[in-house]
Design a protein around this ligand. Structure first.
Ligand code: UDP
Ligand code: MG
Length: 348
């Protein structure tokens, strides 16, 4: 019985890459305003990739239960120089689930994830693809070049989050890395084999290993609308990421417990010492209350942490599907259909 997984047969060379092609997964939630423009850019991009690398492309739009016209606009998009798939989820399942749906439906070899709000510059894609095909990298991830325009509080929390999640981890999750990334066919195969339902995509993409490279970029301002990730949602995502990826909070709990117990023990010793040396009883009412409150508070926090993990276990145990696809359409690339027809007539 083999307990690992061998995906070496999927490794790419410059020759096989063209045959395998590239799927671009774009989760869209209420992005009706900017969708046509984005699609235009992707069409131009696909034509360019075909020319430079002989790479066939497809785009998979995952409509994450949008309440505006996103779905009807996506359905009407033309497949000029790339295949177009539109996967419509039955309701809003969240970005991580939408990414998963895109990954499941991608039919080409390599997969690239890109936001639907125009924040991920299409101009960078050529560079990412070059790292894969020419450089032989498996995970090409992008990271914000700097966070100068963000508040100190936010930068500190991000830093703290990664410090905690990477604490004692063998494979560190790179700080600042975003969801805009390209995965080679064997990295895609590896990612598809991970069975967990609670997904922290950035973490998993880093955990699988292979050859990874970082590309810095300057995110564009959102083309329209506002971000759907406010403070509470980001906090939720962080807790989700932390508990589905790391046992650091549990270790932290044990460490804190040991520290508190040691402090209490030393304090006890000092009281005894005082009683023996001076013969005086310590009045000690305030220290008693403070001690009780500290221990009570810490215990409640730690029970909460445990609860998060038990909730994770419950949701893995229920094994519900991560998403439901309500509708699915596919349009083959017109340029490709035309060339194939041309070749067939030429052969006849
Ligand atoms: N998104 C989604 N489902 C959601 C929320 C967002 O598919 O429930 C998509 C959204 O359409 C966009 C991407 O995820 O393409 C990133 O969302 P957003 O721009 O709100 O996040 P930010 O860029 O601030 O991280
Ligand atoms: Mg965005």
């Amino acid at each position: 019985m083999m307990l690992g997984s061998d995906v070496s047969s999927l490794s790419t060379t410059a020759e096989t890459a063209a045959a395998q092609g590239l799927s671009i997964v774009v989760p869209v939630y209420n992005e009706a305003t900017g969708l046509s423009l984005l699609h235009q850019r992707l069409n131009t991009l696909a034509a360019m990739l075909r020319q430079r690398f002989r790479l066939g492309c497809e785009v998979v739009y995952v409509d994450d239960g949008s309440t505006d016209a996103t779905l009807s606009i996506a359905r009407a998009l033309k497949a000029d120089s790339l295949d177009v798939q539109v996967v419509s989820l039955s309701r809003n399942f969240g970005k991580e689930a939408a990414l998963m749906a895109g990954l499941d439906h991608a039919r080409r070899g390599a997969v690239m994830f890109m936001d639907g709000d125009g924040q991920h510059p299409a101009a960078l894609v050529e560079q990412l693809v070059a790292h894969w095909i020419e450089g032989g990298y498996d995970v090409v991830y992008t990271a914000k070049a700097h966070r100068d325009n963000e508040s100190i509080l936010r930068r500190l929390s991000v830093h703290g989050f990664y410090a905690l999640i990477n604490w004692g981890a063998r494979q560190k999750i790179p700080e600042d890395a975003g969801d805009f990334r390209l995965l080679s066919p064997r990295a895609v195969a590896a990612l598809r084999q991970l069975p967990e339902r609670n997904r922290f995509f950035k973490g998993l993409a880093s955990w699988i290993g292979f050859r990874q490279i970082r590309v810095d970029y300057e995110p564009e301002p959102r083309a329209h609308g506002v971000t759907t990730f406010n403070f509470m949602r980001l906090l939720g995502l962080s807790i989700e990421g932390l508990t589905s990826f790391s046992v650091a909070p549990l270790r932290f709990a044990s460490l804190l417990g040991v520290l508190l117990a040691s402090a209490a023990f030393l304090f006890g010793l000092s009281i005894l010492w005082e009683v023996f040396t001076t013969g005086k009883q310590v009045p000690g009412y305030p220290s008693l209350v403070v001690g009780l409150m500290t221990i009570g508070g810490v215990q409640l926090i730690m029970i909460g942490v445990l609860g998060e993990y038990i909730g994770k276990i419950l949701s893995e145990l229920k094994a519900r599907p991560i998403y439901f696809v309500a509708e699915h359409t596919t349009k083959p690339c017109e340029a490709e259909v035309a060339t194939e027809a041309g070749e067939r007539t030429a052969a006849e």
